[in-house]
Design a protein around this ligand. Sequence first.
Ligand code: CP
Length: 316
Amino acid sequence: MKQFISTADVPSVPRLVDIAMNYKKDPFIDKELGKNKTLGMIFLNPSLRTRLSTQVAAKNLGMEAVVFNIDKEGWALEMNDGVVMNGNTTEHVKEAAAVMGQYFDILAIRTFPGLKNKEEDYTEKYINQFIKYAGVPVVSLESATLHPLQSLTDVITIKENWQQPRKPKVVMTWAPHVKSLPQAVPNSFAQWMNAWGEVDFVIAHPEGYELDEKFSGNARIEHNQDKALEGADFVYVKNWSSYRDYGKITCTDPSWMVTNDKLKHTNTAKVMHCLPVRRNVVIADEVLDGPQSIVIPEAGNRVWAAQAVLSEILKG
Ligand code: CP
């Protein structure tokens, strides 16, 4: 693999999942693979799981990881080409990315969308500027529109929790939130479910929360959450802001929160969420603390997803 930004970079999703599951069984099998190699992890936004799991993954491969919270500790970056830099930005991404490419063998970047300018966000302007100028492979730690390390983790988590011959019914349901959140996680989850192809995939959301069709693809769309959840084997809960009315919160209906009552017509569904999650807004305590929640082992699987991706890039 040359980079890891979306499913387009992955020759075979099932093979990458198998590699990750092998690392889960034997974390140190490739402990020499990353010897004398350095991973630069650049954060323009906060993180707990992505940062720590990727650091652990690098360590398991014998690779050094350097974390740089560029939003707090670096110079203010200019992302636009050809501008007169007489404002608040101090360093152009052309130099910043190229310099980091001199220090690191792989550059991993987290860059959230502004949720103000749909075109700027959906052309992935920021991460593409890093790809253009870094000169080394780039791994997304979540970009404006996608979160591939999370989605690979989610495929792994579904696979290891499903032993039946039929395809599981996976329902990704919108849930309320107090803040305007990116569409990166749901876009990415949909993209990976479609690329994987091993699930019966349904997306439930209020009207007006349709995702970009290039990600939702042929998923069945339901505006009735109860109907969508009937017979579900996995319920993937996530809030996102409107793509149509870009970045806006157009629904706050608390009845979309996932509770035990909501799960009663599922097939004792496993409940997933990428975390962090706002308790009793997105998912009720009774679900998160109950036997159907697999959010903690799901987060644990982040290590194996990151390890699989780094190893494939190290192998070139
Ligand atoms: N799920 C996820 O990416 O978590 P963090 O934002 O804490 O990294």
